[in-house]
Ligand binder design. Structure first.
Ligand code: IMP
Length: 208
């Protein structure tokens, strides 16, 4: 039985499904998690309101682990956390784990990135997402990382998505993330790729 109070159970409390707390307060991300895990025998729960974990790790994987373990310890249930960011080769891999802190909103983050890369020819970059599931005892049960390679465009293109989407172009698709449909982004995107790795491992864990 959980210690902290999880919000919004999506099935009833008699459910035999495995409870899994989503360690995020970002509604877009929670929606994405729900869609990507909809076929799994899970009772998805939300982390306690106002619960906050500082993301001060040096890697995406460290931050995802930290959040999953903290939420599992708080709730006494399995917890799933992610951490993502954009790594630009001409910026020595930055902003990386500082992607959210690079500027105060999406528009300013994009403006700063284009400004820093002004005149730069070599614009290779990649997006990465680390996912981690921790057990009710706070032990890491599984971890995966999904990566999508691309380049930073010279100007923003496309109107969909969020964050750095309008300036991140996936070469194999010939499109920026912001020019992709949700289905295309789930196929080409770093988060979709991380979930593709997570699902078979999670299935084995649930049946094991
Ligand atoms: P988070 O760790 O997933 O919250 O992301 C950290 C930073 O990377 C935020 O500034 C996000 O806007 C950005 N980011 C993460 N995933 C994406 C994406 O799929 N598209 C664009 N920006 C993203």
């Amino acid at each position: 039985m959980g210690k902290g109070i999880c919000r919004e159970s999506m099935t009833n409390s008699e459910s035999p499904l495995r409870p899994l707390v989503l360690a995020s307060s970002n509604s877009g991300k929670i929606q994405e998690f729900k869609n990507l895990l909809s076929s799994m025998p899970l009772n998805l729960l939300l982390q306690p309101e106002g619960f906050y974990v500082e993301e001060n790790g040096d890697t995406f994987s460290e931050n995802a682990q930290k959040k999953a373990i903290a939420v599992a310890n708080e709730t006494g249930e399995w917890a799933l956390a992610d951490d993502s960011g954009l790594c630009v080769k001409a910026l020595n891999g930055g902003p990386g784990v500082y992607s959210a802190r690079y500027a105060s909103n999406d528009q300013e983050r994009i403006a700063r990135m284009l400004n820093e890369l002004e005149g730069v020819i070599y614009r290779e970059a990649f997006f990465s997402t680390a996912l981690c599931i921790a057990s009710e005892e706070g032990e890491v049960l599984l971890e995966v990382e999904g990566v999508t390679h691309g380049e930073i465009t010279v100007k923003p293109k496309g109107n969909s998505g969020f964050g750095y989407d309008p300036i991140f172009r996936v070469k194999s698709a010939g499109l920026t993330y912001a020019e992709m449909s949700l289905l295309q982004k789930s196929i080409y995107g770093h988060r979709g790729r991380a979930f593709m790795q997570l699902k078979p491992k999670l299935k084995r864990l649930l049946s094991g």
